[in-house]
Design a protein around this ligand. Structure first.
Ligand code: BES
Ligand code: MN
Ligand code: ZN
Length: 497
């Protein structure tokens, strides 16, 4: 997909269709269509009233331009009421237009940068392009026929008559392309079946990205993981015939003066539950239990391409969680990296076991901040559904920064408490900690388990169990892997000082 900026007026823009944004408030609505009325005449009023177009968020009206514009088709895209107007309104509006345009076999779609957004040209063009780009994602590589038959939009253009604005837009669109490609990578990884993406191929994918964009990668095989005594990763892997991997990604490794930030991603490429096996209905969804890892790889790739001035480290413990004669069993005790022990009460609480090693290892980088992303608990989905990622941590300031980034990108996070009182739920009689905390507050007791293994650093845990895999279509993502975390973390890292 090409993202381009054009210096043009509405009349002259070269595209198969042009989009004009319309606000819902009566006065503003009239104001926004006044210019269109000049070009298209009263016909526009007739169509608007016939189609009952109100300008609500993501409402779309398609109009044939009958040679009054260079582009043969015009879309009106509703933005909703002015007082509720946000970047999210633009994302949703452009997404709705892009989907409809693609269904109408349009190849080149243009958007008019609205005059009323001129104070925020960059950010608004960012939102418009992002919404359109992400809405067109499709995981269709396994649909042998459909793929070729489909007509796809190949170019999205944002236009404005002012040269200087076009220059700003161009710069912004370069960022958008990088961020959307990284989100696409994360979605592809989550959607890929477990027969395609398992620890070795997950590592291969990261390696390809590292080679393409020039960042460091180190991949530990099982022998090295044994030598480093990553007991959690090895225990979870014990039931699988596929060997584990520990993947280390690094951007700006030679720039000693930059702040070090470590991202840790849960990379369970398939979670059957192990001996504490899951019910078969819905188990297929557990191919996406490496969405945290996917977000880390996507974020790393984007950070490198955007040349973000941080020393960024990505740590990914990768394994399957399967039952077998050699599998880890309930009652087992694990010695993690760093020496702490955990009692396995339920082999389905495996994510925390592999993250424990990685979080303990993260301390060796002496980081300014550590953020882990994991599809960790069903309890988090019960608490927050699909509309917010669960956030826990030990530093309010760091969490506030993530909250801000979440609001801006609409990858929203919501804090859950790590009160000391929860700790006794994960007390073990025979080890340092137990891997499950009973019936209540499952997202929090999982967070508390992780807290036991962190080093002396500022830390945030993001439970993306509800946000990583969409059960139904989202305004700018189809059902399936959402790529959540990439836009959030890139925004967070862009603002890191
Ligand atoms: N990967 C799952 C969590 C999950 C559930 C992610 C639903 C996405 C959607 C995790 O490994 C798991 O199985 N957690 C258990 C923990 C329990 C055994 C304490 C859970 O949530 O049921
Ligand atoms: Mn599990
Ligand atoms: Zn899991």
């Amino acid at each position: 997909m090409r993202l381009t900026a054009q210096k043009s007026t509405l009349r002259q823009v070269k595209a198969d269709a042009v989009t004009v944004f319309i606000r819902e408030d009566k006065k503003l609505f009239q104001q926004d269509i006044a210019y269109l009325r000049k070009i298209l005449g009263k016909r526009i009023d007739t169509i608007i009233s016939l189609e009952n177009f109100k300008g609500k968020v993501a409402e779309v009206l398609s109009i044939l331009t009958e040679k009054k514009l260079t582009a043969p088709r015009l879309y009106l895209a509703g933005l909703g009421e002015e007082k509720k107007l946000s970047h999210e309104s633009y994302r949703r509006a452009s997404a709705a237009v892009a989907r409809q345009a693609q269904a109408s076999r349009i190849k080149h779609l243009a958007f008019n940068l609205p005059a009323f957004g001129q104070t925020e040209t960059g950010k608004i063009s960012h939102a418009i392009a992002e919404g359109a780009y992400l809405s067109l994602y499709k995981f269709d590589k396994y649909q042998t026929k459909k793929k070729d038959e489909q007509s796809r939009i190949t170019e999205i253009t944002i236009f404005d008559p002012a040269e200087s604005t076009v220059k700003d837009v161009k710069k912004e669109l370069n960022d958008v392309r990088i961020i959307c490609e990284a989100t696409t990578l994360a979605r592809d990884l989550a959607n890929a079946p477990a027969c395609e993406i398992y620890p070795e191929t997950l590592a291969d994918t990261a390696k390809k990205s590292a080679e393409q964009y020039g960042y460091n990668i180190t991949i530990w095989d099982k022998k090295k993981i044994e030598r480093e005594e990553f007991g959690g990763l090895l225990a979870v892997n014990a039931g699988s015939t596929k060997p584990p991997r520990f993947i280390i990604l690094e951007h700006n490794s030679n720039k000693k003066d930059l702040d070090t930030i470590v991202l840790v991603g849960k990379g369970v490429t398939f979670d059957s539950g192990g001996i504490s096996i899951k019910p078969s209905s819905g188990m297929a969804e557990m191919k996406m239990d490496m969405s945290g890892a996917a977000a880390v790889i996507g974020t790393m790739e984007a950070a490198v391409r955007l040349k973000l001035p941080v020393h960024l480290v990505g740590l990914i413990p990768a394994t399957e969680n399967l039952p077998s004669g050699s599998a880890m069993k309930p009652g087992d005790i694990i010695k993690h990296y760093g020496g702490k022990t955990s009692e396995v009460d339920n082999t389905d609480a495996e994510g925390r076991l592999i993250l424990a090693d990685a979080l303990a290892y993260a301390a060796t980088y002496k980081p300014k901040a550590v953020i882990d992303l994991a599809t960790l608990t069903g309890a988090c989905v019960v608490a927050l559904g699909m509309h917010a990622t669960g956030m826990m941590g030990n530093d309010e300031e760091l969490m506030a920064k993530l909250k801000t980034a979440g609001d801006k990108t609409f990858e929203r996070v919501w804090q859950l408490p790590l009160f000391d009182e929860y700790e006794k739920q994960i007390k073990s009689d025979i080890a340092d900690v137990k891997n499950v905390g009973g019936k209540w507050a499952g997202a929090i007791t999982a967070g508390f388990f992780l807290k036991k293994f962190i080093g002396d650093y500022k830390w945030v845990h993001l439970d993306i169990a509800g946000t990583a895999m969409l059960e139904e279509q989202h305004p700018y993502a189809p059902k399936g892997g959402s790529g959540v975390g990439v836009r959030l973390l890139v925004e967070f890292l862009k603002n890191w000082k």
